[in-house]
Design a protein around this ligand. Structure first.
Ligand code: ZN
Length: 168
């Protein structure tokens, strides 16, 4: 297994719309294993292929406390959305930035698992939010896009400052 490099906002490659996966093969499974390792090490609860510069519709998630409930979503599609929930979100591609985002409270989605078998699932709470956040990545969207222009400007300024600091 290997740790993959995570693209950092505002890297334009994070804006790429990912292409559907045609075949679930050994190469993809190895890539998914690397994504899990990268996500657990970060540490994070979700990672989209887009974030490691692979523009295919694949996501890994584990919202469990003990990090023992890995969930693979290949070609995920959100089928239904219900209610509204607002909570603080962060992102491995925007380290150190957290803000409130409104999402659907309950969703159903379909996807393929690690073996290419289709499944349908209902998700709410943290898992529901995480699925919505990761599927956004596959469409080139990030949680800061939901914030006001003023908040985004502030975040951009903070990131610029951090970049200057690390390059000095
Ligand atoms: Zn993210």
């Amino acid at each position: 297994m290997a740790i993959l490099d995570i693209l950092l906002y505002p890297d334009e490659r994070l804006r790429t719309v990912a292409k559907p996966v045609d075949t679930v093969d050994k190469d993809l499974q190895k890539f998914l294993d690397d994504m899990f390792e990268t996500m657990y090490k970060a540490p994070g609860i979700g990672l989209a292929a887009t974030q490691v510069n692979m523009h295919k519709r694949a996501v890994v998630i584990d919202v469990s406390e003990d990090k023992n409930e890995p969930l693979v979503l290949i070609n995920p599609e959100i089928l239904t959305k219900e209610g509204k929930i607002t909570g603080e979100e962060g992102c491995l591609s925007i380290p150190g930035i957290y803000d409130n985002v409104s999402r659907a409270e309950r969703i159903t989605f379909q996807a393929l698992d690690r073996d290419g078998n289709p499944y349908e699932m209902e998700a709410d709470g943290l898992l529901g939010v995480c699925v919505q956040h990761e599927v956004d990545h596959l469409d080139g969207k990030m949680f800061v896009d939901y914030l006001s222009a003023m908040k985004r400007r502030k975040i951009n300024k903070k990131i610029q400052k951090n970049t200057l600091r690390t390059s000095n």
